[in-house]
Design a binder for this molecule. Structure first.
Ligand code: LRH
Ligand code: MN
Length: 436
């Protein structure tokens, strides 16, 4: 099959319907077979599909461009050159997966003078704006004071004031775009013992963050994102969930904790951290990705899908225990160095929805019984049975019912969208390093 540059629009409903046509019968028979198997387990497949069709995970605007490492970034074809083109790519992901209804912006990377045009572009694509992210981990050109030695915790009050002002500015931009949260991640920390007074640095953080907190609208959340290390390599001010929870409880009820799966030491039990933050009523959001060693920002579910399932097992357990509690903000946060970012974001959103669907299949009454009677093996088996159920037909049916593609990657490749972008978006000459 010669791949001429198809001019198909992957967001077009007729194009998607045409791609689904040859796949429909096989999906219906797979769905029917799974439905019968689940019925024998007392599960109504259509109920699970309905819940799955309502699930959504936000796309990071910084994820639709090719990412890099500190060594190099190898730009791909047809890279988005501004926030409007990033939104166009997010719209393709949403049209095909129907599971990514919102976009999380990063400022000032996504700064634009015309916020109403941006809001309109998003509305046309059926997209909303999720949490906005501030950035005091880089110096912008023309920035008066440097963040080399920190931002909200810098020993110089003027630098702290500059960082606070930037965060308040992000909130104002978010308000104009309809966001309801500010994600606050700072890289502040020390590379050597003695470089920082560990207590004073945290107290400066609390003082600065309280001034940002004071600028939050009534219906907003401040999502505090902890990270074990990088760019600081000895001590990070907001290093772990305990410090994040301490900060959230100190700041006030609108402050919540955001869990980025890549921000922990290998083998840390992240689902346990999630359970604790749920207990504390302070679980505010997630940055889903996967990793084997550090903050590798790999595609969610690509390295350890069981860990993702165990996190969703805690979330669904909480959902069923406290149905009125608002769900945390679900977002992806990834860096796509060797794949087409749109393909990686589509399959990552599918893997996140897969973990949610599998967690919905856990027979919690039976599990509770085995846990109560200390039947460790059958308790573990009850979870594993849900994890090993192929929920693929449910995920595809939910996409189809939402008007999306039964096979998003195949539809995307057939559309030739990337090749079209390569023509419309001439490559920038500059190559650089760094995650974006
Ligand atoms: C820090 C982080 C944070 C973002 C950045 C792009 O590692 O996870 O959430 O601001 O990545
Ligand atoms: Mn993150």
């Amino acid at each position: 099959m010669t791949l001429t540059i198809s001019q198909a629009n992957p967001r077009d409903a007729q194009f998607i319907a045409a791609q689904n046509l040859p796949l429909r019968d096989a999906l219906d028979s797979d769905y029917h077979a799974l439905g019968q198997a689940l019925e024998r387990r007392g599960v109504a497949i259509d109920q699970v599909t309905k819940a799955v069709a309502g699930f959504s995970v936000a796309i990071p605007s910084w994820g639709v461009g090719t990412g890099g490492t500190r060594f190099a970034r190898f730009p791909g074809l047809g890279e988005p050159r501004n926030v409007f083109e990033k939104l166009d790519d997010c719209a393709v992901i949403q049209a095909l997966t129907c599971a990514t209804r919102s976009v999380s912006l990063h400022l000032p990377w996504d700064k634009t003078a015309d916020l109403s045009a941006l809001r309109e572009r998003a509305a046309l694509a059926g997209l909303e704006f999720d949490a906005v992210n501030s950035n005091t981990f880089q110096d912008q050109s023309g920035q008066p004071l440097s963040y080399k030695f920190g931002s909200l915790t810098h020993t110089d009050a003027a630098v702290r004031a500059q960082a606070i002002a930037h965060n308040l500015d992000c909130i104002q931009i978010g308000v104009k775009l309809g966001s309801k949260a500010l994600t606050l991640w700072i890289g502040d920390g020390a590379n050597f013992p003695g470089q920082h007074n560990l207590v004073a640095a945290f107290e400066r953080y609390l003082d600065s963050a309280s001034q940002i907190y004071a600028g939050l609208p009534a219906d907003w959340h401040l999502l505090i994102e902890h990270k074990m290390y990088e760019p600081a390599f000895y001590a990070t001010v907001i290093q772990d969930w305990g410090t994040s929870l301490l900060a959230a409880t100190t700041l006030g009820p609108k402050a919540r904790c955001l869990v980025d799966l890549g921000h922990h030491a290998p083998n840390v039990n992240i689902e346990l951290i999630v359970a604790r933050l749920i207990h504390a009523g302070r679980l505010g959001g997630f940055h889903f990705n996967d990793s084997k060693y550090g903050d590798d920002d790999l595609d969610a579910g690509s390295i350890d899908p069981h860990r993702l399932f165990l996190v969703f097992n805690e979330l669904v357990d909480a959902e069923q225990r406290k149905p009125t509690a608002p769900p945390p903000a679900y977002m992806l946060d990834q860096s796509h160095n060797v794949t087409d970012p749109i393909e990686s974001l589509m399959r990552s959103s599918i893997e996140v929805v897969r973990a949610y669907a599998q967690a919905l299949l856990v027979d919690r009454a039976v599990l509770g019984g085995y846990q109560h009677s200390n039947d460790a093996l059958m308790a573990s088996q009850t979870l594993k049975r849900a994890f090993t159920t192929d929920v693929g037909p449910i995920l595809a049916k939910a996409r189809q019912l939402n008007g999306g593609a039964i096979d998003p990657i195949a539809a995307y490749r057939t559309s030739g969208y990337r090749a079209q972008c390569a023509v419309q978006r001439p490559a920038s000459k500059t190559s650089s390093s760094g995650i974006v």
